[in-house]
Design a protein around this ligand. Structure first.
Ligand code: NAD
Length: 489
């Protein structure tokens, strides 16, 4: 097994104004390895006072030399950050695996994608400060110029299920546009955010441009959402927290970006190529131990192939290697915490009562696995869309297979959910692919694939899955606002 990086030791401090500082509380939170329950190190437990300090540093940086960086200078800086991250990626992947459990095969796999994401943001630095001139229709001697202006200080609140990727939805556009950021990672997985931020400072990001305040959501997250000095909050997490943030942000009418959960439908038509659809739909729900916002947890299967599909899905689930993410060949690691384990087991119990359990349904306790938070990939068949396991987000490796008869039925079931994050369709018929993908009410749909996200295109949600777009030009523009200047010539 790879040795634990030197970074993972002692008590990690807060990053405020370019300095690593102790939290005002003097208290800390244990960083636990979910694969074995062992203590990795400690992280500072920040509070509202620390948020005050970080926001002040971010404001100072926003109004300081950073505001005079040209688009070219921001692009060069982003490319330097890119290189620093790539050069240290093996360490970052290992830190992520230790802290949140995903297998090294997965965390290492982020490298190429992150490289492309960072290069994408570097290519977008010209948007901030861009000017368009428009002739005026009301009077000939008037002219208007429209500038794109950075919104200011951005609070980023992210979850634990993939922070090494998730933090770039804040830092990427902030650096591209000239905004500054205060990042609040999830208390269960803050280490990759801290190490990435350290590498960014070493790569030359000016002090105060990025700040990190670790701690609990009810303290740090709440304070950031309420803070009158924060202009925008970019949040990824659960619906309940998003609602708290909407309320907390009312004081200064913050701009919000809310990327929330889902109960995404993955529709398998009878004409699908099952050699692709079975593994595709399986990993669409089981990868990252099901802790994926876009997970295709409701697998809608046309009745003619329901039984065959279920049998092949269960056979696939049996082949998945589960274990400590540092071991080679492991495809699925543990759940993040005892709390998440309890939650997933609760839904597995409910599923066992209301639907037909075909595979899994148990916590794994054999040998070393008993020290961690491992569960079996689980398949329930003949699920009805009104059952609890088909309605509520489980955030674990639990697939609910729901039979349907016609394409119209599939779309009705697919859209019968409060969520609207993602969806999938597997078919070899182009017309059906169009009809179904257009008919699913969600921000993202995959046809004959699942979970692919292109940096330049991005993804997002609708309905109770929130609003705002991640990736693509729209994402960068959401860190800007248009400002018109009218000239009487
Ligand atoms: P969560 O909402 O409990 O926590 C997310 C973050 O919000 C954490 O940093 C947490 O500390 C913070 N937080 C908690 N209470 C807060 C408060 N009152 N004010 C401000 N911040 C607060 O979510 P979770 O359980 O950690 O993550 C899982 C959820 O995230 C799932 O619903 C999942 O679908 C969603 N998710 C969505 C996406 C996406 O892009 N749509 C990506 C990953 C995860």
């Amino acid at each position: 097994q790879p040795t634990i990086p030197a970074f993972v030791q002692g008590t990690k401090q807060l990053l405020i104004g370019g300095q690593w500082v102790a939290s005002s509380t003097g208290q800390h939170i244990d960083a636990i390895n979910p694969a074995n329950g062992e203590l990795l190190c400690r992280i500072a437990q920040g509070n509202a006072q620390d948020v005050d300090r970080a926001v002040a540093a971010a404001r100072k940086a926003f109004e300081g030399p950073w505001s005079r960086f040209t688009a070219h200078e921001r692009r060069k800086l982003l490319l330097k950050v890119h290189d620093a991250i790539m050069d240290n990626f093996e360490e970052l992947a290992l830190i992520e695996t230790l802290d949140m459990g995903a297998p090294l095969a997965r965390t290492r796999g982020y490298k190429e994608w992150l490289s492309q994401l960072l290069q994408f943001y570097a290519s977008q630095t010209g948007l901030a400060g861009s000017v368009t001139g428009t002739p005026m229709s009301i009077a000939p001697n008037f002219m208007a110029l429209k500038h794109q202006v950075p919104v200011g200080v951005v609070g980023g609140i992210i979850p634990w299920n993939g922070p090494l990727m998730g933090l770039w939805w804040i830092y990427g556009p902030a650096l591209a546009t000239g905004c500054t950021a205060v990042l609040k990672p999830a208390e269960d997985a803050s280490l990759s955010s801290l190490r990435v931020s350290e590498l960014m400072m070493e790569a030359g990001v000016p002090e105060g441009v990025i700040n990190v305040v670790t701690g609990y959501g009810k303290d740090v997250g709440q304070a950031l959402s309420e803070h009158m000095g924060v202009d925008r909050v970019a949040f990824t997490g659960s619906v309940g927290t998003a609602q708290a943030i909407v309320r907390a942000s009312a004081g200064n009418l913050k701009r919000l970006q809310l990327e929330l959960g889902g109960k995404s439908p993955d529709i398998v038509l009878a004409d699908a190529d099952l050699d692709k659809a079975v593994p595709g739909a399986a990993m669409g729900v089981f990868s990252n131990t099901g802790q994926v916002c876009v997970a295709g947890t409701r697998i809608l299967v046309q009745r003619a192939i329901h039984d065959e599909f279920v049998q092949r899905l269960a056979a696939f689930a049996k082949t998945i290697k589960i274990g400590d993410g540092r071991e080679s060949g492991v495809q699925i690691g543990p759940l993040i915490s005892q709390r998440q384990l309890d939650r997933v087991m609760h839904y597995m119990d409910i599923g066992g009562k209301e639907a037909q359990l075909v595979h899994g349904g148990q916590r794994l306790t054999g040998g070393e696995l008993g020290k961690g938070f491992f569960v079996e990939p689980t398949v329930f068949a003949n699920v009805r869309n009104d059952m609890t396991i088909a309605r509520e987000e489980i955030f674990g490796p639990v697939a609910s297979v729901i039979p349907f008869d016609t394409v119209e039925d599939a779309l009705r079931l697919a859209n019968d959910t409060p969520y609207g994050l993602a969806g999938g369709v597997w078919t070899q018929n182009l017309g059906t692919a169009h009809k179904v993908s257009q008919g699913i009410r969600s921000g993202t749909v995959w046809v004959n694939c699942y979970g692919v996200i292109d940096p330049a295109t991005g993804f997002g949600g609708t309905k109770m899955s929130g609003y705002g777009w991640k990736g693509g030009k729209e994402h960068v523009e959401s860190f800007l606002y248009p400002k018109a200047t009218y000239f009487n010539l």
